[in-house]
Write a protein that binds this ligand. Structure first.
Ligand code: PMP
Length: 309
């Protein structure tokens, strides 16, 4: 669904609430040419206590951390960005939504050096259902191992959520969809499993969970962290600092993706290989159920993870 079909009308931009159609930048914006922006993607869930933003503090923290290697000063405090976000959700009467903060080098000159360009900051919110579709959450998805490799962390900080990085995600995802798959798995430069274009990946083997460590050139996903904590609290052993070879995907009992957009999405097939019995596995189901129970606040556990609007 395109933005024009959505009931949203306001964006926060550089300290002000502006009409959706007026949230514009100049075509010579540095970030547009060189991908010099950092961003976040968080979700606000509909709960009995009203809209509640899941792990907002961690998302804001990652936004500021992402800006660091690019020497980008975000001109607003975390408190100001929080107030702006809450007001955006309130003003547009949204019960649940996706939240997209972005900071980028703006318009002034187009040398690669951004030092004379201002930092622009914006936040948009809009309704966004299951990223890979409702059916994906239940049935699982078929994924393709991309022929594109992920950037190595020696080439670009892969733990920063930088706009420019996502052309790699776009290539991998579109290649997969062109070939009839829902999403891609991207290997790192060494040929081990890194992550999805916009998701971290977990493997279940003999009742234990495995997920690539941060040195595998992955984004330090907040849902990854959430799932590790939930799984451990459910009594599972989680190996979160491992290398996973491509072949281990084929022999996994279960596989699933995690992400703020993708939430917890089972993977039922990788290329031509059926994973487990080809449906959502029992461990994935238990963790997924718990995840939704938590984010929809059907339990009062982990209340510290929520910023109520
Ligand atoms: N890896 C990549 C490349 C991503 O874009 C995302 C989505 N932000 C993730 C992993 C998952 O991160 P999170 O759980 O924080 O959304």
């Amino acid at each position: 669904m395109g933005f024009d079909e959505m009931d949203v009308d306001t964006i926060w931009m550089d300290g002000e609430f502006v009409d959706w159609d007026e949230a514009q930048v100049h075509v010579l914006t540095h970030g547009l040419h060189y991908g010099s922006g950092v961003f976040e993607g968080a979700r606000c869930y509909d709960t009995a206590e009203g809209p509640a933003i899941f792990r907002w503090e961690e998302h804001l923290e990652r936004l500021f951390q992402s800006a660091k290697p690019y020497e980008m000063d975000i001109d607003y405090t975390k408190e100001e960005l929080t107030e702006a976000t809450k007001e955006l959700i309130q003003r547009q009467d949204l019960e649940s939504c996706y939240i997209r903060p972005v900071a980028f080098y703006g318009y002034n000159s187009l040398g690669v050096s951004p030092k004379d360009c201002p930092t622009r900051t914006a936040i948009a919110v809009w309704p966004w259902g299951a990223y890979l579709g409702e059916e994906a959450l239940e049935e699982g998805i078929e994924v393709m191992i991309s022929s594109w490799r992920k950037h190595a962390s020696s080439q670009i900080p892969t733990n920063a959520k930088t706009t420019g990085l996502y052309v790699n995600s776009m290539l991998a995802g579109e290649e997969a969809r062109r070939n009839g798959f829902a999403e891609a798995i991207v290997l790192n430069k060494e040929g081990n499993v890194a992550e999805g274009p916009g998701e971290n990946i977990f493997l279940v083997r003999d009742g234990e969970l495995h997920t690539p460590g941060l040195s595998e050139s992955i984004l330090d996903g907040i849902t990854r962290d959430t799932v590790i904590e939930i799984a451990e609290d459910l009594g599972y052993t989680v190996h979160d600092n491992v290398s996973i070879s491509r072949g281990e995907l084929n022999t996994a009992d279960e596989l699933f993706f995690t992400g703020s957009a993708a939430e917890v999405t089972p993977i039922r097939k990788v290329d031509n290989v059926v994973i487990g019995d080809g449906s959502r596995g029992p461990v994935t189901e238990e963790i997924q159920q718990k995840f939704f129970e938590v984010v929809e606040r059907e339990t009062d556990e982990y209340d510290e993870w929520f910023e109520y609007v």
